[in-house]
Design a protein around this ligand. Structure first.
Ligand SMILES: Nc1ncnc2c1ncn2[C@@H]1O[C@H](COP(=O)(O)OP(=O)(O)OP(=O)(O)O)[C@@H](O)[C@H]1O
Ligand SMILES: [Mg+2]
Length: 319
């Protein structure tokens, strides 16, 4: 199945400050704030929504095509993704800019000071499925990205008749009510977490039933409480899989989407696909970073079967 994952590509620069920000910010000098924190750890991680989802899909045997813009510093990330089974031929490098970058400094109280630089991501709207991704696909995933790109992707999918999964997430606040409603109206499935679903209802004025009617399908993820799948007339509640430890929650939503999509691409029942999302999410929680988890397909199936029954349908993943 040809799956295009459209969404951000970013590097995350994570720093830790061995002190407390509040001890260095003087409230009476706040109008002339100028602070510098000497940090003793810095790590750079591969991130961004599109590669995160694609990485899990590739672990499960798909070869997804990432469609995005990145900067002149993307080279080693491209090689790494290709080595892990992700097709990066629709990632366009913008020569004069850096890849979108998230800089966050965390202190001993877990307070954070962060900045997100959009960089090359601001050019994502210049790409098109027609020109950069071969003009056709069996499925497109529209994930958080430059808001203009998200609007354009949905319009293009509708015009080309390509089914798409709409995953607007943190960019809901950057889309107008009309843009959001248009994205939902034509999608195969809307996927959001509980908080984001509240924003969707507020922006569109639609009830849950109305969203399901417009979208055709709705998935609401509920953190450790699992997820709800409302597809057509059916509703499934999908429990979580307990992680052995929680090292880092970053990317848990993306891994869930990767697992779910692999179930969809194999033509498995939605309930099974949702549980595959739960298994994929557990793996990412156990590692630092959103693309540090690793497993074989056999290990994945064995872990699924420790928690759920699949009536043998996951044999499809092993062949
Ligand atoms: N603590 C947990 N234990 C087990 N599974 C979890 C846990 N938290 C999340 N999950 C799984 O991951 C899925 C997505 O989680 P969540 O609803 O928190 O997404 P999100 O808020 O979009 O996350 P993100 O921070 O990645 O954007 C859940 O439906 C569940 O299957
Ligand atoms: Mg999320």
């Amino acid at each position: 199945m040809k799956i295009i994952i459209s969404g951000s590509i970013a590097y995350d620069y994570l720093m830790s400050f061995p002190g407390r920000f509040q001890e260095h910010i003087l409230p009476d000098q706040i109008d002339r704030l100028s602070v510098s924190f000497l940090v003793d750890t810095l790590s750079k991680r591969r991130g961004g929504i599109a590669p995160n989802i694609a990485y899990t899909l590739a672990l499960l045997g798909e070869r997804p095509l990432v469609m995005a813009t990145a900067g002149h510093d993307f080279g080693e990330y491209r090689d790494w993704l290709e080595d892990h089974g992700v097709d990066t031929s629709a990632v366009v490098e913008i020569p004069d800019l850096f890849t979108a970058s998230f800089f966050v400094n965390t202190d001993l109280d877990n307070n954070q000071i962060a900045s997100f630089y959009t960089g090359a991501m601001a050019f994502a709207h210049t790409l098109s499925i027609a020109e950069h991704a071969g003009g056709s696909a069996d499925l497109v995933v529209i994930s958080p990205d430059d808001p203009r790109a998200m609007v354009k992707r949905a319009e293009e999918c509708s015009a080309l008749g390509i089914p798409y999964i709409y995953d607007p997430s943190q960019q809901i606040i950057r889309l107008s009510a009309e843009q959001l409603a248009a994205g939902i109206r034509d999608c195969l499935l809307l996927i959001v977490n509980e908080y984001e679903f509240g924003m969707v209802q507020e922006n569109t004025g639609w009830t849950e039933d109305e969203v399901v009617t417009h979208a055709g399908g709705l998935i609401i993820t509920l953190g450790e409480a699992g997820s709800r799948l409302l597809i057509g007339e059916a509703e499934h509640h999908i429990p979580t899989v307990p992680p052995d430890r929680i090292a880092d929650p970053t990317g848990v939503g993306d891994a869930f989407r990767g697992g779910l999509l692999r179930g969809y691409s194999l033509g498995l029942p939605w309930e099974v696909a949702g549980r595959m999302g739960s298994v994929a999410a557990a793996y990412v929680l156990e590692q630092l970073g959103s693309q540090s988890h690793q497993y074989t397909r056999a290990e994945f199936v064995a872990r699924y079967r420790q928690h759920f029954d699949d009536d043998g349908s996951l044999d499809a993943l092993l062949s």
